[in-house]
Design a protein around this ligand. Sequence first.
Ligand code: BEZ
Length: 237
Amino acid sequence: MDTQANQTVSMPRIGDPAPSFTAVTTQGKINFPEDYKGKWAILFSHPADFTPVCTSEFMTFASMQDKFQKANCELVGLSVDGLYSHIAWLRTIKEKIEFRGMKNVEVTFPLIEDITMEVASRYGMIQPGESNTKAVRAVFFVDPKGIIRAIIYYPLSIGRNFDELYRALIAMQTTDAFQVATPADWQPGDDVIVPTAGSCGVAKERMEDTENLDCKDWFFCTKKLDKSLVLSTLIKE
Ligand code: BEZ
């Protein structure tokens, strides 16, 4: 007999259009991803309001919202709690919780109420091996055309690294803007990978500017990409 943990569920994948839904949030109704056309959106779930790891995550993400918005990216949270729980929790965070120097933190991005678990189920956020009644810590990066570009999952007990979410966002935007790939741990200013090079010659042919191309072997070519060019292209102050 199939246990719940073994049941096949269909989940959106990288490259799929983000499943559309309308939802009630702490900032009013939203149509996702339609309301975010032309922008990046990060749709992320947390297990439950009034829990400590989630509180630390919300304070951290809310404190970085401005940075994400300058990179043309909006944040959208979700849990299977109801709207009044969300409102009470966010008010408590603002009024009472101090964490790593952050205090009076106001969460102004929308937090979806999903008491029916409809949205969480469609996005594969309910993972019965972990919990039947709470969403895991899922992160969906949706691009300006409404396509899912990256997915990250964490279990209930581990808080996410929000600097990594920002790094991944900037890396994806960089690969789009400059037709490159990014190596391990890439940060703006580091060399980028010139992709799909069958040989250095091919990589060189594909590039207008071959001066900065550095090929270690036929499959591994990098080039410099100025941090100032990346930031001036992607970040709107
Ligand atoms: C938390 O956010 O602290 C948490 C939530 C669900 C399970 C475990 C921890």
